[in-house]
Design a protein around this ligand. Structure first.
Ligand SMILES: Cc1cc2nc3c(=O)[nH]c(=O)nc-3n(C[C@H](O)[C@H](O)[C@H](O)COP(=O)(O)OP(=O)(O)OC[C@H]3O[C@@H](n4cnc5c(N)ncnc54)[C@H](O)[C@@H]3O)c2cc1C
Length: 403
């Protein structure tokens, strides 16, 4: 049975006023306790997500007028980094939820249906998943094969969604599709599908090297009788350029920063322990630690500069859609995804066997496996070839302190 969102039924819940990162740290404690089991069993980080809901962190980006807390991208990025230190999968679930919510907040505010949905997200702490990847299209976000098939004021959709993280646990999926069955593959829209409006038949199991707890199984997604008002009016091309690209690269980058920062912490603790054992001698790993810390600082600067550029451009569609802005975001992604892998590997080199073994205070196996997903999560080569196309028409300013 289809569920329609009742405008009058939603009562915004007062959000706790406590600092967001303190709430994030409490979730991180819960996430860290279960992170090894989540990874080993390839299971959903249920405890961490329950803690996110208890701390009401799933609705923080929703505007205050709709019952949320109007949190900025930078505030959300900080929580991604805090969670990334504890459990990469829980951090990625939080990041992906807020990437989708960014599209609703940026592009859904002129639609009564989507405003009511945002009220529900804040009040009921609904979890949002993403379906862009499709069989036959792969990671090419800006093309779809499946199409919205309208009948009267409702539509149906069938999508071979080869990867949907926590698709089985989500309350809501935002999916890309062609605008209608005759539309070009690049003429896409973004549709909001509630859990009880869809069926998901599992077509692939997420048994991977890392990020195992994201449970990113493949599904045949089918929706019938969905009201057409659930289709976001803005073309997906604009949604991607003005909200999704920025949110994805900045929040993913923040999760990877958290993973890398944890690895450097472990390496630092290891080297400090060695130094205590042999007072007066600088342990040999200290030099490698200095290199890892150096690269971590460069990684942090890249993410922070990207966030600052985003906060400046926010609310200005021209600035958000500018070629230079897209190139900057692409560069943030390709740069920090590579740095994150490199930093964790360097930290492992410092720690040695104690890091390679599972179950020691310095184990880094899980972090290394998780962070290896970063360059693949929308392939860096695909992003670089997009940047290459943009560079053909960009005019550079050459200035240090401005775009
Ligand atoms: C942890 C994790 C969670 C994910 N969660 C989701 C999710 O919730 N929803 C979702 O929809 N997707 C999700 N994805 C999928 C993701 O968004 C990408 O679709 C996926 O990583 C791309 O997979 P692919 O390697 O098959 O890529 P493809 O992009 O199909 O690329 C395959 C290969 O071809 C190369 N290639 C392709 N095109 C080009 C080009 N133009 N130039 C140069 N090289 C090219 C690539 O380098 C790569 O080697 C997730 C992925 C990960 C790792």
């Amino acid at each position: 049975m289809n569920m329609h969102v009742e405008v009058a039924a939603t009562v915004p819940v007062a959000a706790p006023a406590e600092a967001l990162d303190a709430r994030g740290r409490r979730v991180a404690e819960a996430a860290a306790r279960h992170a090894d089991a989540v990874d080993r069993e390839g299971r959903f980080p249920a405890e961490a997500v329950a803690a996110l809901k208890a701390e009401r962190l799933l609705g923080i980006q929703v505007p205050r007028s709709l019952g949320g807390e109007g949190a900025s991208m930078s505030e959300i990025a900080e929580i991604c980094a805090i969670l990334g230190r504890a459990c990469s999968a829980a951090a990625m679930v939080f990041a992906m939820h807020h990437i989708k919510l960014a599209s609703l907040v940026t592009h859904g505010r002129d639609s009564a249906w989507h405003c009511t949905l945002m009220e529900r997200i804040a009040a009921e702490q609904l979890l949002i998943a993403s379906s862009t990847t499709e069989a036959g299209i792969g990671g090419d976000l800006r093309n779809s094969l499946c199409a919205v098939e309208a009948e009267g004021d409702a539509f149906r959709l069938t999508k071979e969604a080869s990867v949907i993280s926590y698709g089985a646990q989500a309350d809501l999926i935002l999916a890309t599709a062609r605008r209608h069955p005759e539309a070009a593959t690049s003429d896409q829209v973004l549709v909001a599908l509630l859990r009880d409006q869809i069926t998901l038949a599992r077509t692939g199991v997420w048994d991977t090297l890392g990020m195992r707890g994201t449970c990113s199984d493949g599904f045949l997604l089918k929706a019938e009788g969905v009201p057409l008002v659930q289709v976001l009016q803005k073309p997906f091309a604009e949604i991607a350029a003005q909200s999704m690209l920025a949110a994805s690269h900045l929040l993913w980058g923040s999760v990877w920063y958290g993973i890398a920062a944890y690895a450097v912490d472990r390496a630092r603790a290891f080297v400090q322990g060695e130094a205590r054992k042999k007072p007066g001698q600088v342990p040999p790993g200290a030099l490698r630690l200095a290199e890892a810390a150096n690269e971590l600082q460069a990684m942090k600067s890249t993410v922070v500069a990207g966030l600052a550029r985003y906060e400046d451009a926010k609310g200005d569609p021209d600035a958000l859609g500018a070629i230079g802005f897209s190139i900057m975001l692409n560069n943030v992604k390709t740069t920090v995804s590579g740095q994150a892998v490199d930093i964790v590997q360097r930290a492992l080199g410092v720690v040695g066997i104690a890091g390679y073994k599972n179950g020691t205070p310095f184990s880094l196996g899980r972090q290394l496996r998780d962070v290896l997903s970063a360059p693949l999560m929308i392939s860096n080569d695909r992003i670089l070839s997009n940047t290459a196309n943009l560079l053909l028409v960009q005019k550079g300013s050459g200035k240090l302190l401005s775009a």
